[in-house]
Design a protein around this ligand. Sequence first.
Ligand SMILES: Cc1cc2nc3c(=O)[nH]c(=O)nc-3n(C[C@H](O)[C@H](O)[C@H](O)COP(=O)(O)OP(=O)(O)OC[C@H]3O[C@@H](n4cnc5c(N)ncnc54)[C@H](O)[C@@H]3O)c2cc1C
Length: 383
Amino acid sequence: MFDIEPDSVEHEVRARARAIAAEILRPRAAELDLRGGFPRESVLALSAAGLMGVNVPRELGGLGAGALSYSVAVTELAHACAATTVALCVNNMVAEVVTHFGTPEQRSVHVPKLCNGEHVVGAFALSEAGAGSDPAGMRTRAQRTDRGWVIDGSKLWITSGSDAGLFVVWAKTSDDPGARGISTFLVPGDTPGLTRGKPEHKLGLRGSTTCAIEFSGCEVGPDALLDDVGKGFRVAMMALDGGRIGIASQAIGIGRAATEAASRWATERYGVHGVPQGVSFALADSATELDAAALLTLRAAWLKREGRPFSHQASMAKLMASEKAFAACNRALALMGPEGQDRDSPVERFFRDVRVTMIYEGTSEVQRLVVSRDIARRFEEAR
Ligand SMILES: Cc1cc2nc3c(=O)[nH]c(=O)nc-3n(C[C@H](O)[C@H](O)[C@H](O)COP(=O)(O)OP(=O)(O)OC[C@H]3O[C@@H](n4cnc5c(N)ncnc54)[C@H](O)[C@@H]3O)c2cc1C
């Protein structure tokens, strides 16, 4: 039975995330947005709080708290600072990927370091120029040698690329068409031949570095291969299914923060009993849509926790959450008029930060493709 009533572990993780959001992330968020750059101290504080591996087994250094705990923690943190939270989301995704697909040695070498901050943070290097929605079109190659592999190519838009101590990298290992020739590699950030580009100047999430990563004669040992040769596409898609729960949760946190800020503003401007009905109804729409998105997100997280398929449910959650959170931020801006546009208003930042949740880990169109393919599959099965 679908049961999302939080248990004691989930309560504890939410409280932990709420506390660190209040003490560390929220007070620094505006300044981080203005200054830009990677929030290393805050990320290390999240590691110290155990939040860099929420759904990673305890024996590998994680909290072992499950997918529902992860979702609620991300929402709490993104409510305070979406930029710092995306570094945490990618790290959790990388730690889960290595846990799921790694050999015992790969797991014991890397996962504790991803959880405790020794790797600082993990990065997920899939997208390339012209190969984001369609990663099967990637051009980065890994050539087998008698000492392991040599990687050549370039990746684009890699979150935390400036500071990551470990990159999960996808590369073509054969000329097999489409997704079949892709494999996955674990590449430490100090490997010769790996070069980090300058952080991009972005609309939002300015406190998260997004970089191009070049691989030029980048040599790694045979132990860098994650899962089997040619199975990389499956690894990436499974990682993104879980990642989409994280981004949906992030979007909900941003949307709720904007709605609460607009509600506070309306009460101050009009008085508790004087808020015009048009304003309060707009806020009611935002709250309702965000709760609906949160229920979809918790359903996907619950399915994942139960070990059941959750791919199209995660896509539904991300589609709904990112689009409704964007609408909520847009409404908050509209209600607050010029004050919402001011750089001193957090709503201005929320509006810029939320936009990318409709782009990364699959655009809204890609989520619609996943959902519509599932509808077609079920239709075929029912015939
Ligand atoms: C801030 C930021 C951080 C990121 N972090 C990472 C990261 O850490 N790791 C990583 O690997 N990538 C990362 N990305 C890349 C991101 O995942 C891609 O930008 C995204 O998947 C879109 O791919 P694309 O850029 O190739 O755009 P395109 O695929 O070229 O899309 C352009 C437009 O065409 C639409 N479109 C594409 N295909 C279809 C279709 N079949 N049907 C209908 N419409 C379609 C898209 O929805 C979009 O609107 C990040 C991006 C950003 C902006």
